[in-house]
Design a protein around this ligand. Structure first.
Ligand code: P1T
Length: 402
C-alpha cells in the first residue's frame, strides 16, 4: 500500500470511532463495518472457515477458531452493539440460544421475575429446562412498574421483560422497572424482538441486557434463524462471551452475512411496518366482526403513554379477537387470508398470521394463557411491508367469509 492508500484505509476503518455520533440509519449501514482489508470488498465477506492458520502457536491475526471468533460474525456483533447503544454484541444460533446463555449467568437457588405474557418458547425454557436446575421463576403482570417491588427477595437475580409482549402487545415501562432493579442490584434483561433498536433502545432506559430473536425484524426476510445479546457493561459482556464460546451455540458466517444485509434496510422497513400496522389496526378496530384489537398505538391501550415515551412508533404486530369467539371462527378467517400466510414467526417483509393458542404459545398451559387474555380465538398478525390497501382488502374478504 502506498501512503495515499493507507490514509484511506485509516479513515475508513476509523468509522467505528465515529459511530457514536451517527444517526440510526447511518449506523445500520456503516457501524462496525469496514471494507475488507485484503480486497476492498464493500460487503463483509462470508468467512466460511472453521479455523485460521497461525504463524506460530499464539501468533495469529486475532482469529483462532470460528466458534470463538469469525470475522463475518464479529462485524455483525459490532453493528448490533452500535444499534443498541451498547459496547458488546454477541450472536447465537437462535433467539432461544441467546436466552439460554443469559440464564446460564444464574446458579441454583437464584430467582427470576418475568413478565406473565411472553413468547411460548421463553416460558418453556424457563419452566421445563431451567427449573430443573434449581432456578425459580415468578410470572407477574408488570404493566404497573411500581407493583413489582413486592416480588423481590434476596434470591432474586434477574428480571425478564418482553415489551411489547408476545402476543398480547402489553407495554412495560423499562425505565420504571430499571429504577427498581438498580436499587435492588438485580439484572434487567429486555427481549427487544418486537420493537427492534429502531423503535426502542432498552440499554438507554437502564436495562443491563438486551436480547433479540434476530430471526425476526433484524434479519427481516424470513430466511435466517439467529439470536443476539447486547450489553453496555464490559465485564458482563465478557461473562456472556465466555458462555457463547464455552457452550458453543454460534451462528454460521453465511447467516451473519444475510443479517448484515437485512439490517441495512431495518430503518425503512420498520417505518413501513409501523405505518401499515397503524392502517390495519384502525381497519380492524372498526370492523363489525372484530371484538378486541391489541395494539399499543391506540390511546385506549392501558400503557399507550408509556409506549409513546419509550418507543419511536408502534411497529407491525397486532393481535385481535372475533365477536364469534369459537376457535373454528378464528381458523376460518385465517384460512381465507391470501396475503397473510398462516405461519409461525414474524418480522419479515411478507405478512403472516398466527394462532398463538395452538402455534407459538401452545407450550403455555391453557389456564396460564387465559389469565393474560390469550384466548383460543386470538389471532396474531405480523403486518408486512406490502401495500396497506391490499392487506386491508385481504382481511376484509377473509372476515366476510365468516
Ligand atoms: O425463534 P428464535 O429465534 O429462537 O427466537 C425465540 C423468540 C424469542 N423472543 C421472542 C419475543 C420471540 O418472538 C421468539 C420467537 N418467536 C416466534 C417464533 C413467534 O412466532 O412468536
Amino acid at each position: 500500500m502506498d501512503s495515499r492508500d493507507s490514509k484511506r484505509w485509516t479513515s475508513l476503518l476509523s468509522k467505528k470511532k465515529e459511530q457514536d455520533t451517527m444517526k440510526f440509519a447511518t449506523k445500520a449501514i456503516h457501524a462496525g463495518i469496514a471494507p475488507d482489508p485484503s480486497t476492498g470488498a464493500i460487503m463483509t465477506p462470508i468467512y466460511q472457515t472453521s479455523t485460521y492458520v497461525q504463524e506460530s502457536p499464539e501468533v495469529h491475526k486475532g482469529f483462532e477458531y470460528s466458534r470463538t471468533h469469525n470475522p463475518t460474525r464479529t462485524t455483525l456483533q459490532d453493528n448490533l452493539a452500535a444499534l443498541e447503544n451498547g459496547s458488546v454484541g454477541l450472536c447465537f444460533a437462535s433467539g432461544m440460544a441467546a436466552i439460554d446463555a443469559i440464564l446460564k449467568l444464574l446458579k441454583p437457588g437464584d430467582e427470576v421475575i418475568s413478565t406473565n405474557d411472553l413468547y411460548g418458547g421463553t416460558y418453556r425454557i424457563f419452566t421445563k429446562v431451567f427449573e430443573k436446575y434449581g432456578i425459580k421463576f415468578h410470572f407477574v403482570a408488570m404493566e404497573k412498574a411500581n407493583d413489582l417491588e413486592q416480588y423481590f427477595n434476596e434470591s432474586t437475580k434477574l428480571v425478564w421483560v418482553e415489551t411489547p409482549t408476545n402476543p398480547m402487545m402489553n407495554i412495560i415501562d423499562i425505565a420504571g422497572i430499571a429504577e427498581i432493579t438498580k436499587k435492588k442490584g438485580v439484572l434487567l434483561a429486555v427481549d427487544n424482538t418486537f420493537a427492534t433498536p429502531f423503535l426502542q433502545t432498552p440499554l438507554d432506559l437502564g436495562a443491563d441486557i438486551v436480547m433479540h430473536s434476530v430471526t425476526k425484524y433484524l434479519a427481516g426476510h424470513s430466511d435466517v434463524v439467529m439470536g443476539a445479546i447486547v450489553v453496555k457493561d464490559e465485564q458482563l459482556g465478557k461473562e456472556l462471551a465466555f458462555l457463547q464460546n464455552a457452550c458453543g451455540a454460534v451462528p454460521g458466517p453465511q447467516d451473519c452475512f444475510l443479517v448484515l444485509r437485512g439490517i441495512k434496510t431495518l430503518h425503512i422497513r420498520m417505518e413501513r411496518h409501523s405505518q401499515n400496522g397503524k392502517t390495519i389496526a384502525a381497519f380492524l378496530v372498526n370492523h363489525p366482526k372484530v371484538a378486541r384489537v391489541y395494539w399499543p398505538g391506540f390511546e385506549v391501550h392501558p400503557n399507550h403513554q408509556v409506549a409513546v415515551k419509550q418507543m419511536k412508533d408502534f411497529g407491525g404486530m397486532i393481535s385481535f379477537t372475533l365477536k364469534d369467539n369459537r376457535t373454528e371462527a378464528a381458523f376460518k378467517v385465517m384460512e381465507h387470508l391470501r396475503l397473510f400466510s398462516v405461519a409461525e414467526s414474524l418480522g419479515g417483509v411478507e405478512s403472516l398470521c398466527g394462532h398463538p393458542a395452538t402455534m407459538t404459545h401452545a407450550s403455555i398451559p391453557k389456564a396460564e394463557r387465559e389469565k393474560v387474555g390469550l384466548v383460543d380465538s386470538l389471532i396474531r398478525l405480523s403486518v408486512g411491508i406490502e401495500d396497506a390497501e391490499d392487506l386491508k382488502r385481504d382481511l376484509a374478504l377473509a372476515l366476510e367469509a365468516l
